[in-house]
Design a protein around this ligand. Sequence first.
Ligand code: ZN
Length: 349
Amino acid sequence: MKIFKFVKFFFLVFLISACAGPATQRIFIDNEALDAETKLQQKLSLEKVKARYERLQKVGYPILKNSADLCENTINSLGVMFNAYVATEKYSDIEKEVYEIDEGLKLTFVIPSSAAFKSGLRKNDEILSINSIEVGEDREEFHKNLEKIRKKSETLKVTYRRNGVEGIASFDPDLICNYPILLVQNDSVNAFANGSQIGITTGMIRFAQKDEELGLVIAHELGHNIMDHVSKLRSNSILGTIVDLAAAYYGVNTQGIFGQVGATMYSQEFEAEADYVGIYYMERAGYSIDNVANFWRNMAVEHPGSINPSHTSTHPATPERFLEINAAIKEIEEKKKLNQKLIPNINKE
Ligand SMILES: [Zn+2]
């Protein structure tokens, strides 16, 4: 005890003389409490990731589905998420808790615009079999078999259990554009398309609070993929016309995420095209597009650097984007009045 006091005294003297640390004592923390709090924070964080991922799928799914006829790259989708995709032991204790693993194969999310939802399947339904595939211990095997029947466009007959009662739901998988929507854990207000995926940052999810705003961003990125901007860019980039100034545009450093996902920035013309076709995808998906251009007013307020046009910027300025989107909305309204198919106008030059 005496030694302890001496050490403490010495430490204090040292601190005062060195002026290198806090002046007051550090509060003692019980290890058990620290451990519990750490686990709780990990759990809360994972729950948030899950909720954000589900919101992305909920908002993006009708866009991917209702423009499938415009996509060359399509896939059959079930529109549901399961609690486990691999063997149980591969999940951490916290993942087990958040995904509710160990209680059979369950649906953790059913996308509201999916055929599965319309057939009556709901979150928390326990899946017993799909067509001839019985759910066994081996989750990976189950998903491999499910993948096979999904690819064949077979009608699915799902046997499930809800509140102790068994039921059967039957539906055809949805044909959707094959561009998975990824959640990117990054605080910058950003999104990307790399020709095979769509990525949305957590910063963007926070910024695009209304679903139609998040939908606008997803539809824009889908536009880059459908209009094949990546391969067009590749040939452009040989000519050396690509300048990565996304960071300047958003006022944040985007190097990190674009580095990780290997996405490229597009020219102003491609950005304008993605905005234009994106509005069509939004309308097709059934979103209210009347006020969606306000997204760019909100962006201007939060990121004033995006208001003034600049020849070095890769993106059109926010006033241009606002007006161009409203012009596209007008064009769509005209087509609806004339009962015309909602397909973006082709450049006749
Ligand atoms: Zn873009």
